[in-house]
Design a protein around this ligand. Structure first.
Ligand SMILES: [Zn+2]
Length: 184
């Protein structure tokens, strides 16, 4: 245990995901040894990101505007919505450069042990989007694309907007063959 503000720094760093006590201590002492200018820059960026970055009103992705660049891109189809846990999952899928639909960020996953239920996620907003979307072009609500790729680990499947609320399992995602998508 260290004194005062140094221990406070270690404690705060230790609250970050993936940072254990030893890593927190190592980062804290790295910061103490670093140039004043670089530490101030880090502090300024942390404050600025909290002040300026918000969440897209449509999909929940991090965004500097009311709508993120994906939701405001008219070239992307509104007929397929890829549901993901976090914004970082969008980055992983976008790197593949093949998905041309939209996204919906749930903001986490259902975790009964951790006390996270459906009401803690952006499921109501998802159902609202599905209900207001254009109707599917065929009787099949889900469309499988031809080329399979390894799934992002948190991909929850791709939905065609539909007014139907049938709980059928969605095979619509091109990654659905190996996805961990729960049955809905
Ligand atoms: Zn968006």
């Amino acid at each position: 245990m260290y004194e005062g503000i140094v221990q406070d720094l270690i404690d705060e760093l230790g609250k970050l995901p993936g940072i254990g006590p030893k890593s927190a201590q190592r980062i804290a002492f790295h910061l103490l040894d670093a140039d004043d200018s670089s530490v101030r820059r880090l502090a300024e960026v942390l404050i600025k990101v909290k002040d300026t970055v918000r969440f897209c009103e449509v999909c929940g992705n991090v965004s500097a505007e009311d709508e993120c660049r994906i939701c405001s891109d008219p070239r992307r189809t509104e007929e397929i919505i890829c549901v993901v846990e976090e914004s970082k999952d969008i980055i992983a899928i976008e790197k593949i450069r093949e998905f041309k639909g939209r996204y919906h960020v749930l903001g986490g996953a259902i975790d009964p042990i951790g006390g996270v239920g459906p009401n803690d996620l952006r499921i109501t907003q998802l159902m609202s989007r599905l209900g207001s979307g254009r109707p599917p072009r065929s009787s099949s609500r889900w469309t499988r694309t031809s080329r399979a790729r390894p799934p992002p680990p948190t991909c929850h499947g791709c939905w065609r907007p539909s007014s139907s609320r049938s709980p059928a399992s969605p095979p619509g995602c091109r990654w659905a063959g190996t996805s961990t998508t729960p049955t809905r």
